[in-house]
Design a protein. Structure first.
Length: 107
């Protein structure tokens, strides 16, 4: 497994996969991300992040069946592993701790 550092973009990709649950495949992830962050997410950037997350063991993929609607192409579905869930929880805890530590916001 590669390093366990979780960047901001990787974190929101993981969160998006968790939100989409069984519908977490490339196009749906890209659309949901774009809606949430209010900016265009390129297919290349998304696939690079998905590959890194899979190499780190944070997600796993499974290829679905071919459909006529997609011209016989298959969808690649993603799920968050226990390691990925642990990483995203740790990221949340760090962020919450940092927000609480800001003097003007902690009162």
């Amino acid at each position: 497994m590669k390093g366990t550092y979780l960047g901001e973009f990787q974190e929101i990709v993981l969160l998006t996969i968790l939100v989409l649950d069984r519908e977490a495949y490339g196009v749906m992830i890209q659309e949901r991300l774009s809606d949430e962050v209010k900016r265009n997410i390129s297919r290349g950037a998304l696939h690079a992040a998905l590959k890194r997350l899979e190499e780190k063991g944070f997600i796993q993929s499974e290829t679905g069946g071919a459909t006529a609607v997609r011209g016989g192409r298959r969808k690649k579905y993603y799920t968050v592993t226990n390691t990925g869930l642990e990483a995203v929880r740790e990221a949340r805890d760090i962020r919450e701790s940092m927000w609480r530590a800001i003097p003007k916001l902690s009162t």
